[in-house]
Every structure is written in structure tokens, then in C-alpha cells.
Design a protein around this ligand. Structure first.
Ligand SMILES: *Cc1c(COP(=O)(O)O)cnc(C)c1O
Length: 391
């Protein structure tokens, strides 16, 4: 076998649905010496990481820690701990990630009622109420930012309805935590998971979760053990909680990365961080409309962290993305499922949400579309975004 060359990944501007760009400070933290996962120095870092996570989740929940795995691992962890065979779950589905929750809940043996909304719209709390009125459910689950469509789901009413019917609320905050306001305790969300690589701007590989105390009791009172040994909260609690008993070897450099990424969130402050995401998103939206493009989601439920925009008639959307990547080093994404070929998905998450990235993308996209024969002033996007920034 010939010698394999040194690893040389190209530098990219990551404006897709995740991963987002990782700040140099976070990469540097990952290169720190690896400690043993029970070293007192590492246990102190774990405690700090949990405290920082409570800050971003805006919660006092004792069980707030990163699951070892990506966002889907957090999703699976929450579902396998909550659901026993035969339990009823009401799941809001308005895109790809809601569907993934349904798939996982069914694998737990749950009796799943799907409350559907068209892709690009929010799930209607009244439809959740109707589903709950038809029979007792243990869990109501929804996605906060549905990354397949860019819809920001209003949560407060969903939680209210769920609690009125004695169900707990599970929220997918993978594409929202650290980018839009999500006060877990204030809104009464019972259990919530996220991902390290989206609005927190650490690399992919950890899934922060927060579990309210009364859910922990419900999990402890299960009739049968959680079928996943690796994701069983009652076991994970013995490592992340007070006892500090070995369960699995923590991915130490990833915890360093998350710790540093969360410190950056704390330095910036949650309010300022949400405001920054909103400012750059608004400029991006103005710029895309300046290029004559149509935004896919109506403004009141449009997430600032992930923007979806319709592909103009007759344009090969994948060819545009290939050119963005090869000529400008910019990554954006295409549509999933029914939206394949119809939309682009542009993320402004965490460290990626910067003015220069907005300008660069709009300049590049305007130029490419112009060259592909779309009748558009290639600079119109930048001009419109500049106006949005200064108005
Ligand atoms: C990215 C994402 C996930 C899945 O996370 P992975 O890290 O890819 O496993 C789940 N839900 C939402 C809303 C996401 O954006």
C-alpha cells in the first residue's frame, strides 16, 4: 500500500445547516493534553461544563450534561429513557427531524400519534390538543428549529397544552440552542437536547441534554430497563452526577471543545448572541430578496439560524452549490425530502453568523446566478444587506 499523504482539509466557510465554523480558540482547547476521565482535574472541567450548559439552557436542572454522540444521540437518549413499549407519544412533524423522532419513538415500541403540518409551517398547538384529547399520552415532542425547512416553532403554547393533558414536553433544540432564545425553565420544557456543532460552534460529537427533576423520577420508575445501556440516564447520572463512577470513557478533547465554546457564549452573553443571530439573518434575508429570490418561510416563524430560499425556475441548484464550494469555498445545503431541488438551506449559526460571511455569500451567489443566466444585478444582494445593516 502506498503511503497516505498528510491530512490537508481545505478551509471552508460553513454556511450550511451544520457544522458551523469552529473558532480557533475551540480548536486550540481540543489540542490540550488528554486527561484521564476520572482525573480530579477533568472532573472539575466536567462540573464547569455542566454549569455552562445550565447557563445556555437557562435552567437549574441538575441533570444537564453532554451525551457522547451527535444530536441524534441526544434525540435517541431522550426518547429511549422516556418511552416504554405501549406508551403513547404525540409528535409534531413539519419536516425531516420530526420524522426522525417518530422513527426512533416507534423503535422504542411507543404508540405514536403524528401531528402533521406542511413543510414550511409550524405545528398547530390546537392539533396537538386534539390528539391529546383522544387519549392519554406520556410525551409531546416537537422540533424548535426544523433544520429541513427553517421554521422556528413557537413553544410556549405547545408546553401549556401538553401539561394541561398531563404529558411531558420533549424539545429538539439542536439548531436553536445558543442562537435563539430558549428559556427551558421559564417555558416549563421538561426535557431537551441539542448538538455541539450548530449554534454553539464546537465540532460535531456531543449532544447537550437537560432533564428536569420530575422526569428523572419517571425514568427511575420505569417498568423495564432502558433498552439502550449506553444512553441510560440512570447510569449516565452516576458518572456526570455526584458519584463519578465509570460508565464509558468521556471523549475528553470534545469536552474541552464544548467547554471553550460555551465560555465564548458566556463572554458574549445570551442576549447579545441572540441579537447577533437576528441582525445577520435579517441582512441575509434582505440580501436574498434583493437578488429577487423568494424566502420559503413566512417571517413570523422564520428562524434566524437557518434560512431557506427558493431556487429560481430553471436553475440547477446543485450546480450553484458546487460553484459556491469550488470557487468561493462556501458551503450551503440543498433541500431534503420533498424540498430536494426546490430550496437552498443557509445557516448562520454561532461563529458563522458574521457580517463578512453574509456579504461574501450574497456577492458569490449574485455573481453565479447572473452568470447562469438569471436576470439579476449581481451586486443587488450586497447592497440590500448593507441597507439592512445600516437601517
Ligand atoms: C442536525 C440536527 C439533528 C441531528 O443532529 P446530528 O448531529 O446530525 O446527529 C437533529 N435535529 C435537528 C433539528 C438538527 O438540525
Amino acid at each position: 500500500m502506498a503511503a497516505i499523504g498528510e491530512l490537508k482539509p481545505p478551509e471552508r466557510i460553513l454556511l450550511g445547516p451544520g457544522p458551523s465554523m469552529v473558532p480557533p480558540r475551540v480548536l486550540q482547547a481540543m489540542a490540550s493534553p488528554v486527561l484521564g476521565h476520572l482525573d480530579p482535574a477533568f472532573l472539575a472541567i466536567m462540573d464547569e461544563t455542566m454549569n455552562l450548559l445550565r447557563y445556555v439552557f437557562q435552567t437549574e436542572n441538575a441533570l444537564t450534561f453532554p451525551v457522547s454522540g451527535t444530536g441524534s444521540a441526544g434525540m435517541e437518549a431522550c426518547l429511549v429513557n422516556l418511552l416504554e413499549p405501549g406508551d403513547r407519544a404525540v409528535i409534531g412533524v413539519n419536516g425531516f427531524f420530526g420524522q426522525r423522532m417518530v422513527e426512533m419513538a416507534r423503535r422504542c415500541g411507543a404508540d405514536v400519534t403524528v401531528v402533521e403540518a406542511p413543510w414550511g409551517q409550524a405545528v398547530d398547538p390546537e392539533e396537538i390538543r386534539r390528539a391529546l384529547g383522544q387519549g392519554k399520552a406520556k410525551v409531546v415532542a416537537v422540533v424548535h428549529v426544523e433544520t429541513s425547512t427553517g421554521v422556528l416553532q413557537p413553544l410556549e403554547e405547545v408546553v401549556e397544552v401538553a401539561h394541561a393533558y398531563g404529558a411531558v414536553t420533549l424539545v429538539d433544540a439542536v439548531a436553536s440552542l445558543g442562537g435563539v432564545n430558549l428559556p427551558v425553565d421559564k417555558w416549563g420544557i421538561d426535557i431537551c437536547y441539542s448538538g455541539s456543532q450548530k449554534c454553539l460552534s464546537a465540532p460535531p460529537g456531543l449532544s447537550p441534554v437537560t432533564v428536569s427533576d420530575h422526569i428523572r423520577q419517571a425514568v427511575n420508575g420505569r417498568k423495564i430497563p432502558v433498552q439502550s445501556w449506553y444512553l441510560d440516564f440512570s447510569l449516565l447520572k452516576t458518572y456526570w452526577g455526584g458519584e463519578r463512577v465509570y460508565h464509558h470513557t468521556a471523549p475528553v478533547p470534545m469536552i474541552y471543545a464544548l467547554h471553550e465554546a460555551l465560555r465564548i457564549v458566556q463572554e458574549e452573553g445570551l442576549e447579545a448572541r441572540f441579537a447577533r443571530h437576528a441582525t445577520h439573518a435579517k441582512a441575509l434575508w434582505a440580501g436574498l430578496e434583493g437578488l429577487g429570490l423568494r424566502l420559503f418561510v413566512p417571517e413570523p416563524i422564520r428562524s434566524p439560524t437557518l434560512t431557506t430560499v427558493e431556487v429560481p425556475e430553471g436553475i440547477d441548484e446543485a450546480a450553484v452549490r458546487r460553484r459556491l464550494l469550488s470557487e468561493y469555498g462556501i458551503e450551503i445545503a440543498g433541500g431534503l425530502g420533498p424540498l430536494r431541488g426546490r430550496i437552498w438551506r443557509i445557516g448562520l449559526m454561532g461563529h458563522s453568523a458574521q457580517q463578512r460571511n453574509v456579504f461574501l455569500l450574497l456577492a458569490a451567489l449574485g455573481t453565479i446566478l447572473h452568470e447562469m443566466g438569471v436576470r439579476v444585478d449581481p451586486g443587488a444582494g450586497v447592497v440590500a444587506a448593507r441597507e439592512a445593516y445600516t437601517s
